[in-house]
Design a binder for this molecule. Structure first.
Ligand code: MGD
Ligand code: MGD
Ligand code: MO
Length: 838
């Protein structure tokens, strides 16, 4: 048979897939016709900047074929040997006992009859389930698709992502400048052009865009930073780790002690105030509360002026370095880059991370946020990009799609009970639990103030847990709890549906094999998440919608998630209700029809050709983010979700006052006396840091940022090529270990050398890693990426057994950012490290 070429899209770029005799022989970045590209041009200083006609996918996408054929694929439906739905269930053996292959019919019978039994016995709220943050690309098959349709139909208790990724920004920065509709991260429109034309310096504070890549947009923005470097824009990196962007940009590296970034920020404000280096007019016109904030910085309220010398004591950064940075920042047109989307960054996932994120906004507020070259910009979004033509992105599936032509996409779930996913083990093991925050809290500031408790009055505790992807042993916190949760008899039934074996797949009673995006039909726009990160595809040099063609039949006995839920719905007598009479391909067509794409290309051509590039038109008009605010005009950016657009408050930010708030009106209204998230931001010593009592016993601070060569638990463990990349895993004696990086000073003291197996431990657990001794990590800090997909305890099924898979999440605290702020804090974690001789 001759070779056929298909188009598809991954979560980090579009690909061409070459198939021969039903086998994928090759995959490469999508090969598009030259005539389809109409590159934008940015003019700056008499030069023209324009991207090449190609797609720069993330590195791991080049190994996607290996992942498709991975030995770690789940091939058949499986049942735990000692699980008998009509007899002994042996939940205590989850994670210990082996599995046997069963038929699809048997598997579907067991799962559907358990659904019936549990809902009849305890009510629908006893059924729960949870997805991961991310998923194979394509909106028809996305986690908001089949899983959400099916589960909503069952009226389940959703386990929601706590607003993670953006903790400090979401719970803190929203109270200084609004943008709750972006979960606390600022709009990014046209900030590439602004930087090329105006920036003189960029401060990357807790940001490594060369590794995190605008989340989904591959290496597209690497070129932009190269342009800025060649232009002579100075880059400063504030990061306890000399990250990869710092490496390629040859920037200035400032390495504070973990958890002290807010002190550093206060000292910068101190220099600006005492040396008269801030934009007084802007502060007067565009902000409120400065007079409440200033006395704290000067030490008038607590007797401690926040001088660079004081900050040196806290952070370990020399006072003269802080002064020099503050002066240069004020003297030059400086962009602040506080994490991969402008907001985010590991510094927001710490104890009191709200205070750091608020200070990022306020520092830039003191320098005229929104004026030319004075933006908050992640350097990963904000290329010229069409915003007129809408195509549904995955997060739109609940919102805009529901009101469009595919209105019945998502049935409404009347059950109001919810759980935050970080708290799931506590909810199961030790109810009741309670927290603040309603869902993603992207609709209003007040949503953050809603109090929730589990179990909710009138609802049942969770008895049936449907895990749909996820390696939570590697991505949540204090994760030995997850093992104890899975082994609890309170979970009467656990299903796992995934494409690959992940850290906890073997903690189920029934395992169902899902196929990948290459084995089913779908459609998706590269880089577009929609919803709370509206217009994220401006991180790509070209908007491209890909008809994700089925390249091969589902392998072994795997099935698409859609088909699995269709078959289950059929067993429950609800097939029509679930499918709405549509096949996957018919859903693809329905989404296409609901979008603006039919104005640009016919369905027949799109379906056959496999993609459409949406270029900007000749009349493209740049509207740099927040320029409108700095200039006191109405918002003119296309930030569709901004609720003030088009109203008489269109010139307002999303705060109560409509201005930047040094003293937060919203916090004042609800939590006027919260000392952990005070009305004006403060530096508060970490509850797990160098001032803590346990610091003597556990003197090393663990930082676990996002892995450079994998995408959370995607690609790790399932892509053997990655094990040959020493930044990712290092092989020793035939085993691929997870690296832990340590400064030579700390290593020498402990007799540790590169290549040694080391034990990282604290009272929460132990993880075995391979040591990499490097000057790139600050002394006192251990750097090890988060999100290992491999949980490999020395004694399987024993929750306190050391893990050698690299799930450093076992060591992190499950304590939240602060008492009213339920965000995760993996970067506030004390440990000790020793050579492992076991
Ligand atoms: N220490 C530390 N921990 C962190 C962070 C940190 O900075 N430090 N960051 C946090 C952040 S920001 C995030 S977003 C989370 C992410 O953490 P998770 O949500 O746990 O990670 P994902 O990689 O999104 O999980 C993907 C899962 O979905 C499965 N999957 C993918 N496609 C399909 C499909 O088509 N069908 C099915 N059935 N399954 C599929 C994959 O196999 C995998 O199991 O981690 C958080 N954890
Ligand atoms: N390759 C890859 N890219 C990804 C992901 C992935 O898993 N892999 N995940 C995606 C997702 S879901 C998200 S939310 C984003 C996250 O994007 P970010 O939140 O921006 O990423 P992080 O890696 O957590 O942090 C960025 C930098 O902050 C530093 N850092 C950590 N703690 C501190 C601290 O206390 N102070 C200071 N000053 N610096 C600190 C880290 O060393 C790192 O270099 O990335 C996205 N992109
Ligand atoms: Mo994330």
């Amino acid at each position: 048979m001759s070779e056929k070429v298909f188009t598809n899209c991954t979560n980090a770029g579009p690909v061409s897939v070459y198939v021969k005799d039903g086998k994928v022989t090759r995959m490469r970045p999508l090969v598009a016709e030259e005539k389809d590209f109409k590159p934008w041009v940015i003019e700056a200083d008499g030069k023209k900047y324009s991207p090449p006609k190609k797609f720069n996918v993330a590195p791991y996408v080049h190994a996607d074929r290996r992942r498709l054929y991975s030995d770690d694929r789940i091939k058949y439906p499986l049942k735990r040997v000692d699980f008998d739905p009509n007899g002994e269930r042996n939940p205590q053996n989850r994670g210990k006992s082996p599995y046997v292959r069963i038929s699809w019919d048997e598997a579907l019978d067991i799962v559907s009859s358990e659904i019936k039994r549990v809902s009849e016995t305890y009510g629908n709220s006893a059924i729960s389930g949870m997805t991961s943050s991310h998923h194979n690309w394509g909106i028809v098959g996305y986690k908001m698709g089949p899983f959400a349709r099916f589960m909503n139909m069952l009226e389940f208790t959703p386990v929601l992502d706590n607003p993670d990724s953006w903790e400090g920004w979401h719970w803190g920065a929203t109270h200084t400048y609004g943008f709750y509709w972006r979960l606390g991260m600022p709009e990014q429109y046209d900030l590439l052009e602004d930087a090329l034309q105006n920036a003189e310096m960029i401060v990357l504070w807790s940001n490594d865009p060369d590794s995190t890549r605008g989340t989904y947009t591959g290496q597209e923005s690497a070129l932009w930073r190269q342009w800025l470097k060649e232009k002579g824009v100075k880059m400063v990196f504030i990061d306890p780790y000399h990250n990869f962007t710092a490496g390629v940009m040859e920037g200035k590296w400032i390495a504070p002690r973990m958890g002290t970034d807010t002190a550093l920020a206060m000292a910068i404000a101190y220099v600006w105030i005492t040396e008269d280096l801030y934009d007084k007019e802007y502060v007067k016109d565009r902000t409120i509360g400065f007079e409440e904030f200033k006395p704290y910085v000067l030490g008038e309220t607590d007797g401690q002026p926040k001088t660079p010398e004081w900050a040196e004591e806290e952070s370990g950064v020399k006072a003269r370095v802080i002064r020099a940075l503050a002066r240069e920042w004020a003297a030059k047109r400086t962009v602040l880059s506080g994490g991969s989307r402008g907001g985010e960054g590991g510094a927001c996932r710490v104890a009191y991370g709200t205070e750091w994120a608020r200070m990022m906004v306020l520092l830039q507020g003191m320098q005229g946020l929104g004026k030319p070259g004075r933006s908050i910009w992640g350097t990963t979004m904000g290329a010229p990009s069409d915003t007129k033509n809408w195509f549904p992105a995955y997060a739109d599936l609940q919102g805009r799609v529901a009101t469009s032509k595919v209105a019945n996409h998502l049935p409404v779930n009347p059950n109001k009970q919810r759980v935050w996913r970080l708290t799931l083990p506590d909810a199961i093991l030790n109810p009741p639990i309670s927290w603040y925050g309603e869902g993603f809290c992207g609709q209003s500031l007040e949503q953050q103030f809603t109090h929730f408790k589990y179990p909710m009055d009138g609802c049942s505790e969770i008895k049936l847990f449907y895990r749909y992807g996820g390696s939570f042993m590697g991505t949540m916190s204090d994760t030995s709890k997850w093992v104890r949760m899975y082994q609890s008899p309170k979970l009467e039934f656990v299903v796992n549906q995934d494409c690959w074996f992940n850290s906890e797949t073997q903690m189920a009673d029934i395992i169902l094999p899902a196929c990948t995006n290459f084995e089913r039909d779908d459609v998706g726009e590269w880089g577009a998440c929609g919803g709370y990160t509206c217009h994220a595809s401006s991180g790509c040099n070209y908007r491209i919608v890909v008809r994700q063609q089925k390249c091969l039949e589902p392998m072994w006995e795997s099935k698409s998630d859609y088909e699995i839920f269709t078959l289950l719905a059929e067993k429950l007598g609800r097939k029509e209700e679930f499918t709405d009479g549509k096949t996957e391909l018919e859903w693809v067509k329905a989404f296409f029809d609901s979008s603006d794409l039919p104005k640009l290309i016919s369905w027949e051509e799109f379906d056959k050709k496999g993609y459409h590039i949406i270029n900007i038109d000749e009349n493209y008009k740049s509207t740099p983010s927040l320029r409108w605010f700095a200039e006191g005009r109405d918002c003119d950016t296309p930030d569709t979700n901004n609720p003030k657009r088009g109203t008489e408050k269109a010139g307002h930010l999303g705060t109560y006052s409509g201005k930047i708030e040094f003293a937060s009106e919203s916090l004042k209204s609800k939590f006027p006396d919260d000392e952990e998230r005070p009305v004006t931001p403060k530096y508060i010593k970490s509850w797990e840091g160098h001032h803590s009592e346990i610091f003597e016993k556990y003197p090393m601070q663990l930082m676990s940022p996002h892995p450079r060569f994998s995408f959370h638990c995607h690609y790790d463990k399932h892509t053997d090529w990655l094990d040959d990349i020493p930044v990712h895993r290092i092989k020793k004696d035939g085993y691929a270990w997870w690296p832990a990086r340590i400064n030579p000073v700390d290593a020498n003291r402990r007799g540790i050398q590169s290549g040694d197996i080391v034990r990282l431990y604290n009272d929460r657990g132990s993880v075995l890693c391979i040591a990499v001794v490097t000057e790139r990590v600050r002394h006192g800090v251990i750097h090890s990426y988060c999100s290992s997909a491999k949980y490999d305890p020395l004694t399987p099924g024993k929750s306190d057994s050391p893990d050698r898979g690299g799930c450093v999440a076992i060591l992190t605290a499950s304590r939240m950012v602060s008492k009213n702020v339920p965000g995760m804090t993996p970067n506030s974690c004390l440990i000790e490290i020793e050579k492992w001789e076991g």
